[in-house]
Design a protein around this ligand. Structure first.
Ligand SMILES: [Zn+2]
Length: 87
């Protein structure tokens, strides 16, 4: 991770698993992803791969390609932020 200090407030960053809400078209999904989270202001930083993974999930939601996503109410649950399994 490139940041040891928060780029917003200079606070301490810790590695955490976070729930990220993603929207694509009319669909939404949550996925658990690794992030660096600021202990002071809560700013979240993601790796490039994780950001690409979010974009992939958003595209899939937009096209309603939701095979392998778990439907939870109106929202989908994506098991993990894994570029290979997303295709
Ligand atoms: Zn901060």
């Amino acid at each position: 991770m490139p940041f040891e200090k928060c780029p917003v407030c200079g606070g301490e960053m810790v590695a955490k698993e976070v729930e990220k809400l993603l929207r694509g078209g009319l669909n939404t999904a949550t996925v658990t992803a690794s992030a660096e989270v600021c202990l002071r202001c809560g700013e979240r930083l993601y790796s490039q791969d994780t950001v690409r993974c979010f974009e992939r999930i958003r595209e899939k939601l937009k096209r309603h390609e939701v095979t392998g996503f778990e439907l939870m109410g109106q929202s989908f649950r994506v098991a993990s932020c894994d570029l290979e399994s997303l295709g």
